[in-house]
Design a protein. Structure first.
Length: 486
């Protein structure tokens, strides 16, 4: 059968070849040890160039799907089927009781190694600078400084650089949204956007509903603000359980909901559009604001960027937070919140905590976005993250013991790993750190310190021998712990 490839970019054709071969392997059409179609044959079948097939086969070899035999061709690797068979982690029952959060010391311990170049970076969800458009950003910085040298070294007051806010607002047009740039407030990263949003819609002692598991920086914010967290069950594939949330709303005075609907951290779940619409409707009926963290929204592996909750917001109850830290320049610390009815509150909190911001990074980011380079960079970045996630998932499934469950995200660059019962993730972290390997233990993602046999793994770095050795050693450590009873 001949499959016609629609006219599109080289990147799409490359992805099509990878998807076609993966489908043949996943469905059992090609079994371990079988010879893969030749470059020429697949080129004719898919109507793509031999060069495109060759690049795709090289990527499949990196993923462990194919292996090459000199003078013979490509063959399906003997372990190629296992990662696809690895089940995703199970939902863990949560107690729907408001909780104080206490994480300070553990949080500091985890991040004390984040900047150590000797430690293999599987812990903090930090992207490699190798993947960032360094030259393009530096060119934009130079252009911005040359164009307005006085502004470049001066203060920039909230709500932030007008050109940057305009470019951020323009990025929402493709989602069918007309965002007023005046409602965009520039922040120092997404964490500050979340903090300002929480400060604007809650008071000390209020109850905030969060996903379970949820991003630990949200829990840290709740801790420092004197708020109470109520955990809502979340599914590894579709996100927060809306029936559980509805039940919590009926029995508690919830003042805000914080959620990552697109490729949550750490689960990697993607809430379907119809459930996003139901979530917004549920919160509108109760008059509860939704603080949506969409920092991973641009990092989708499929064909289309997923919608955000704001697409269904008819009453201005959604505060949309994001940043460029995972996609362009982590060190520039540029985030934002689209705040609508809470705009003035967010600006007042911003002025109270940091009355002015750095001008040059904002000017440079506006220039970079205006140049059109960002979209081209995102195509390359999404492909890199997808391959890194698939490679890490394959290697973890290969080296961790039976009973391990690994998330299968469709975007972002983290994996959520459920190890066999009895494995203490905190003890695993201690053993791994002695060998210069970082991890994030699952208990960090729960106000009640659940998920004790879970870890989050960062896939933000290109695969290399150092990371491979670290994953192999992690597998050995987990097996040793399982053998000794944890």
């Amino acid at each position: 059968m001949t499959v016609s490839a629609p006219a599109s970019s080289q990147g799409f054709l490359y992805d099509q070849v990878i998807g076609h071969v993966r489908q043949l392997v996943d469905k059992g059409t090609l079994k371990p040890g079988d010879r893969a179609p030749s470059l020429r044959a697949l080129s004719r079948q898919l109507r793509v160039s031999i060069s495109t097939v060759s690049q795709a086969y090289a990527a499949l070899q990196e993923l462990g799907v194919l292996r090459v035999r000199p003078q013979s061709g490509y063959y399906v690797d003997s372990t190629a089927g296992r990662p696809q068979d690895s089940p995703v982690p199970r939902k863990t029952a949560v107690s729907q009781q408001p909780r104080k959060v206490r994480f300070g010391e553990l949080f500091e311990e985890i991040f004390s190694v984040a900047n150590d170049p000797e430690v293999v970076p599987l812990g903090a969800a930090v992207p490699s600078v190798e993947l960032m458009p360094v030259k393009g950003v530096l060119r934009a910085t130079q252009r911005a400084a040359a164009r307005h040298p006085e502004r470049a070294i001066g203060y920039c007051f909230p709500p932030g650089n007008a050109d940057l806010r305009h470019e951020i607002a323009r990025r929402y047009v493709d989602l069918g949204l007309a965002i007023d740039p005046d409602n965009v407030i520039v922040t120092s990263g997404c964490s500050e956007a979340l903090a300002l949003s929480l400060q604007s819609v809650t008071r000390r002692g209020d109850i905030v509903a969060v996903e379970s598991p949820t991003y630990f920086s949200v829990l840290r914010l709740i801790e420092r603000m004197g708020l109470l967290a109520v955990e809502i069950d979340s599914d590894p594939e579709s996100g927060m359980c809306l029936d559980a949330l509805e039940g919590a709303i009926e029995t508690m005075d919830i003042k805000a909901v914080v959620a990552v609907l697109n490729f949550s951290n750490p689960l990697g779940s993607l809430m379907p559009d119809e459930r996003k619409q139901r979530l917004v409707g549920l919160l509108e009926s109760a008059g509860i604001p939704l603080i949506e963290d969409d920092i991973y929204g641009d990092l989708y592996f499929g064909d289309q960027r997923p919608a955000i909750a704001r697409c269904y917001d008819g009453k201005g109850l959604v505060l949309t937070c994001s940043s460029f830290s995972k996609t362009i320049a982590p060190g520039y610390r540029i985030g934002w919140v689209v705040a609508d009815r809470w705009r003035d509150d967010v600006i007042e909190w911003k002025q109270a905590t940091s009355s002015a911001m750095c001008s040059l990074p904002q000017m440079a980011m506006a220039d970079y976005l205006r140049s059109g380079e960002y979209e081209r960079h995102l195509v390359r970045l999404r492909r890199a993250y997808r391959l890194q996630v698939e490679k890490m998932r394959y290697m973890l499934a290969r080296h961790l013991p039976e009973g391990t469950r690994i998330s299968n995200p469709q975007g972002g660059f983290v994996l959520w790993v459920e190890m066999p019962r009895g494995i203490d993730a905190l003890e695993l972290l201690n053993r791994a750190l002695r060998e210069n390997i970082s991890l994030t233990p699952g208990m960090m993602f729960s106000a009640t310190r659940k998920f004790r046999n879970f870890v989050r793994v960062n896939c933000g770095y290109p695969w290399d021998e150092r990371i491979e050795h670290a994953v192999i050693r992690l597998g050995e450590l987990v097996r040793e712990m399982a053998h000794s009873g944890g």
